[in-house]
Design a protein around this ligand. Structure first.
Ligand code: UD1
Length: 430
């Protein structure tokens, strides 16, 4: 079984280049099928979730031509199916974006309900509310969402909760509806703006993305485009925490510093230095860091997808920090794993109380989900001794070349798939 073996204790230093944003790419790839002309998407991250999404797009009959690792041409003219295979939904939740894309283009979609995910209950009632408001009949039958409309008509939609997925999904469903749709209480994450910019580059008329009111004037059809995806805010934030936790000095390139402000602010509060450039940030980890409190919130608040990584970093700060998780209720599962490395975190409800420790000690731990897996790698890179991180398939869903990027900034990490390889690594790095 593949795992990462890490020898901790080296302050990371050097430069790392951030890949395209996975969560933007998932929305953009689904939206790409809405045109019958060629759509070329650049700066695609080469990670498992994206590769599964591309397989799903091929499966419904669209042309997918992977020009290189980071560029794909998609043409939705040849789509034959408005029904997405159950297998893809189980492998990536975000294939629910096919509901909005197929409904918006063909007025029909059949997509299995996304199964339970391991970070908490993730209902899609707001997505369905939006589709219904646009005039679709939406039924759940045999575990699938069936959405059908004769005509999609613009609507005024107010979301009861701020949802990234519902905002993107309803935006896609409404780009070719008749009239002007208004989405209120929309999510404002950078990838919402990226999907809107992408759709606009195909001829859609979307204004206000990035604010809580989005206006979409329906157009007849969408044309082809060439579009480059924004850098991944969460990958960048993960490397920022890695630099801070290992007391390193890392230049993180190909980022949009504005998207990182919540993370930057917290690292500075902890005593670290963060220098912003036009398209890069440098994080210099302080030898001694201070505790702080954090609450996850929709953008521009502190991202829930950075909660495990910052909690690991706070574990190595002096004093007691409180981390409140307000988006997903089950996002502290890594705490038990960290305890095996000496972490001192108590969870009560949606609050983690983190008592700073001098350092982690290496142990064998298991990644419970994508971001928590990355957080365990950060802990391993800071820890004394060797750490083995199991279940790294989760990490590979969202981080491109993770171990190569970490090695290039001096981290001692290797992906191994046998005890023999692990032993060789141990011998080599001593
Ligand atoms: C997206 C991201 C995920 C991130 C999350 C929050 C993608 C592919 N995934 O997930 O990495 O952690 O945003 O930033 O972009 N909710 C409802 N009803 C709904 C939809 C959501 O109650 O119909 C609730 C959820 O349970 C959750 C909150 O709203 O508590 C936010 O969820 P949402 O923003 O929809 O997350 P995702 O789009 O699934």
């Amino acid at each position: 079984m593949e795992q990462y073996i890490i020898k901790g204790g080296t302050p990371l230093s050097g430069e790392v280049t951030i890949s395209g944003a996975k969560n933007a790419a998932l929305g953009i790839l689904a939206a790409a099928i809405m045109s019958d002309e060629d759509v070329v998407v650049e700066n695609l991250p080469d990670v498992r979730d994206i590769n599964v999404m591309l397989e799903a797009i091929m499966e419904i009959g669209a042309e997918v031509d992977r020009r290189d690792r980071h560029t794909v041409r998609i043409n939705g003219r040849s789509i034959k199916e408005v029904s997405v295979d159950d297998e893809f939904i189980r492998r990536i939740r975000a294939s629910y974006y096919f509901i909005g894309a197929l409904l918006g283009k063909y007025r029909h979609a059949r997509v299995p309900l996304p199964g339970g995910c391991n970070i908490g209950s993730r209902p899609i009632d707001q997505h369905i509310k939006g589709f219904k408001a646009l005039g679709a009949e939406v039924r759940i039958e045999s575990g699938a969402v069936m959405a059908d409309a004769d005509i999609l008509r613009a609507a005024h939609i107010y979301f009861d909760v701020v949802s990234v997925g519902a905002t993107i999904n309803v935006m896609m469903a409404s780009v070719m509806a008749e009239g002007q749709t208004i989405i209120e209480n929309a999510a404002k994450e950078p990838h919402i703006v990226d999907v809107a910019n992408f759709l606009n580059s195909m001829g859609a008329n979307i204004r206000g993305a990035g604010t809580d009111t989005i206006r979409i004037r329906g157009v007849q059809k969408l044309h082809g485009t060439e579009y480059a995806i924004i850098p991944d805010q969460i990958e960048a934030g993960t490397f920022m925490c890695m630099a801070a936790a290992t007391r390193g000095n890392v230049l993180i390139k190909n980022v949009i510093p504005k998207h990182l402000e919540a993370i930057t602010a917290k690292l500075i509060e902890m005593g670290n230095e963060v220098v912003e450039y036009d398209e890069a940030v440098r994080v210099i980890g302080a030898a001694s860091q201070r505790h702080t409190d954090i609450k996850t919130l929709p953008y521009p608040g502190f991202p829930t997808d950075m909660q495990p990584q910052i909690s690991v970093t706070l574990s190595l700060a002096e004093g007691t920090s409180m981390v409140t998780e307000s988006i997903f209720e089950n996002r502290f599962k890594y705490v038990d794993e960290l305890a095996r490395m000496g972490g001192n975190i108590k969870v009560e409800g949606n609050v983690a109380v983190i008592d700073g420790i001098r350092n982690f000690s290496g142990a064998t731990v298991s990644a419970p989900d994508l971001r928590a897996g990355a957080a365990l790698v950060i802990a391993g890179l800071a820890a004394e001794g060797f750490t083995a991180v199991e279940e790294i398939g989760y990490i590979q869903r969202g981080y491109e070349n993770f171990e190569e990027k970490i090695s290039a900034i001096g981290g001692k990490i290797e992906l191994v798939d046998s005890e023999r390889e692990a032993a060789k690594f141990r011998l080599r790095v001593g």
